[in-house]
Design a protein around this ligand. Structure first.
Ligand code: AMP
Length: 694
């Protein structure tokens, strides 16, 4: 039923609304605490709870012991405040095999221009399965704790972390004035079992695994609950530091330990890759005896100066990787195969399974990848299938159990029409994916594009998750991206306003409009990424934003680049990592009149800010275009490019009038010649290093 104002509710209405609210709150509690995947913002959740409490005040007879308000006691504080990380909190790349570990090591050595037999010192330690956290100390006093969030902005969990006994609240005199310690909040296995037992006895929700229990315990609006939960913290890395105090990762560990932090143990430091792998095998054997859950080990280049040079790529450091334990497998029945249609029209087969626990997590869906994979593995509906789950990766179907196949099981026929819009589904040459040709007439593609548009690394609108998009789309409130920004205006005159929808209220609707309005100012790179153009991920969107500076410039360049002989096309190909196929997708996007309509509608609502490249202040090469050619002596090509980009320069693949510098190593050939012809500034490797070190 609709959310009527309190005063015009009769007893009957109130009872129904009360029951609906409890159901709704319990659903979100489950998503939030147990699955750690909330669908609504904290603010929207608060609004539900406030409404529940207001109803209870007015109609005390409704209140039972089962009321969510009785379980928490005090009214929850407002939603978590956001905290901007001074140094981003990164993720980790993964390796699953020894071979991949050797490849990781080789990549590091290549980047550093060191030869294969170099004695690279590696530190390794267990990878604890919990929730990462950043702790900030100012003048040696604990002042703030934050979750990782999207790596750049997390939630303020200071009050909750204060209750963790093994987090030092003050540090000794030798600690720097500003210090950020990164660590993992976790729950011990024994404590987790005891907590679940208690929860069960009290009729409360039980947690799926220690990680969820730890995460659910920390992300509590009421810190009293956190206090009652047995959670711990291991320190393993640093964020912002005012005065450096260590030269190696090992020294960081030693200092953290001396300052009162617990560390993941045992650790290892050594030079031989084989020894590092031996450590991995030993930890794997000890794994089940450890009092806490680990999902692998982490290798880190020990020397911090090398770490600094290696830097990071996209969202993970180049100097570390996680060696994950092998995947867990299980056999269950394949009940059906559903076809999902993604934002670019790709048809992805999803296995619907008889739910089964794989390594402590209940799995009921798994990916079947694509048409070829189903055919190659000859998977049929009704089969007993082998599924595998590795870490956070989506579970996959490996194959079927032959002895258990039922007689008459039919070969699976992959659809040749889109299950959503019924357009022809075809496979383009050289591609594995079967794609729906419906484009904008395909509802699935439109909805998926909208979901992408509001996703975390795109517009990131708080309170507007995938469920909200689906519901608003189904009711015709949002059909195209720009509709998001006209929602408030239209809502004012609507006979069925958002605040009257099920699960919404005055406050939550207001909050939604506020968070939409907060995104009217958007950086160009996020905007480009949000458009969901094929093959344009975050990194390429950043490069495009850095190269073109403004949307109008990008748009007119893409129109000019339709002519492959044009300078605009050459300029596009000159951008790092843009080859002919990516270029075609981009040019194709800007050539479609309906995409231009989408852009015009959006720009009427938004103010698009130029991309703010990192470390641009004081950078002597910010905005400059650089071409590297020939063999560099001290830097590897990869390091040279990465460094240039981190200083705000654009790295191009060929020389043109627009090139600012050509850095020429030994045996430079045609590019050097062209630079001289065009009068472009040519630098030796040393001159380049001098230029960027000022
Ligand atoms: P992932 O969650 O797969 O992106 O892996 C990266 C996360 O592993 C980090 O954000 C940390 O939360 C976590 N982690 C656990 N133990 C360690 C460790 N010893 N060193 C670094 N990261 C760790």
């Amino acid at each position: 039923m609709a959310n009527k104002a309190l005063f015009d509710m009769d007893q009957e209405d109130a009872r129904a609304r009360y029951a609906a609210l409890i159901k709704e709150i319990e659903k979100h509690d489950l998503l939030y605490h147990q699955q750690d995947s909330p669908e609504i913002s904290d603010a929207a959740y608060d609004a539900l709870r406030n409404e529940l409490e207001a109803l209870e005040k007015q109609y005390p007879e409704l209140k039972t012991d089962q009321s969510p308000s009785a379980k928490v006691g005090a009214a929850p504080a407002k939603g978590f405040r956001k905290v901007r990380h001074k140094v981003p909190m990164l993720s980790l790349s993964n390796v699953f095999t020894e071979e991949e570990f050797f490849e990781f090591r080789e990549r590091v050595l290549n980047f550093l221009n060191l030869d294969k037999d170099h004695d690279l010192e590696i530190l390794a330690e267990p990878k604890v399965d919990g929730l990462s956290c950043s702790l900030r100390y100012e003048n040696r006093q604990f002042v703030q704790a934050a979750t990782r969030g999207d790596g750049y902005e997390g939630e303020d969990i200071t009050e909750n972390v204060k209750t963790i006994t093994d987090v030092p609240k003050s540090l000794p005199k030798d600690a720097p004035d500003i210090l950020e310690v990164r660590g993992e909040i976790y729950m011990r296995r024994g404590d987790f079992m005891a907590l679940n037992q208690k929860q069960e006895e009290e009729g409360k929700q039980v947690f799926a695994n220690p990680r969820n229990a730890a995460a659910g315990s920390v992300r509590q609006l009421n810190a009293e609950i956190t206090k009652s939960r047995p959670i711990h913290l291991f320190g393993y890395a640093l964020g912002e530091v005012s005065t450096p105090f260590a030269k190696t990762q090992k020294e960081i560990r030693d200092k953290l330990s001396a300052w009162g932090f617990s560390l993941p143990e045992p650790s290892y430091v050594g030079k031989g890759p084989k020894e590092a792998l031996k450590y991995y095998t030993e930890i794997e054997k000890e794994r089940s005896d450890l009092p806490y859950e680990i999902d692998g080990i982490v290798y880190k280049v020990n020397d911090l100066a090398l770490q600094e040079r290696l830097g990071f790529v996209s969202r993970a450091p180049r100097w570390a990787t996680a060696h994950k334990f092998p995947a867990e497998k299980a056999v269950t029945v394949l009940k059906d195969i559903d076809i999902q249609v993604g934002r670019t029209g790709v048809l992805t087969p999803v296995a619907r399974l008889e739910p089964i626990s794989v390594g402590g997590v209940v799995v009921s869906n798994a990916t079947l990848h694509n048409k070829d994979e189903i055919e190659r593995k000859d998977i049929r509906i009704g089969d007993h299938v082998i599924i595998q789950r590795a870490g956070d990766v989506i579970p996959q179907v490996l194959g079927f159990v032959e002895e258990k196949r039922k007689k008459g099981a039919k070969k699976y026929i992959f659809p040749d029409h889109c299950p959503v819009c019924n357009s022809l589904a075809i496979r383009e040459e050289g591609e594995v994916a079967v794609r729906c040709t419906g484009g904008l007439i395909c509802d699935a593609q439109v909805v998926e594009r909208l979901k992408h548009f509001i996703s975390r690394n795109a517009f990131d609108i708080e309170g507007m998750g995938t469920k909200v998009i689906e519901a608003f789309w189904a009711d015709g409130l949002i059909k195209a991206p720009a509709d998001i920004f006209t929602l408030e205006k239209r809502d004012k005159n609507s006979l069925t306003p958002i605040r009257a929808r099920d699960g919404w209220g005055e406050q939550s609707a207001k909050n939604l409009f506020e968070s939409i309005n907060a995104r009217r100012d958007i950086e160009l790179n996020r905007f480009i990424y949000a458009l969901g153009i094929r093959q344009i991920g975050e990194a390429t969107a950043k490069r495009l934003a850095a190269s073109y500076g403004m949307l109008e410039a990008l748009q007119s360049a893409m129109q000019a680049a339709q002519d492959h002989e044009s300078e605009a096309y050459q300029d596009l190909l000159n951008i790092e990592d843009i080859g002919p196929s990516v270029a075609d997708d981009l040019i194709g996007f800007f050539a479609e009149p309906h995409n231009i309509d989408v852009l015009n509608d959006l720009t009427a609502e938004l103010s698009i800010k130029p991309y703010d490249a990192p470390d641009m202040e004081d950078s002597p090469v910010a905005g400059k275009t650089v071409v590297f050619t020939g063999t560099l002596e001290t830097l590897s090509r990869a390091e040279a490019k990465a460094k240039a980009e981190s200083l705000g320069a654009k790295v191009a693949g060929s020389v043109s009038k627009k090139t600012d510098y050509v850095v020429a190593g030994a045996d430079a050939g045609s590019k050097l010649k062209k630079a001289k012809e065009l009068g472009v500034n040519v630098l030796s490797e040393q001159e380049w290093i001098d230029l960027i070190s000022v």
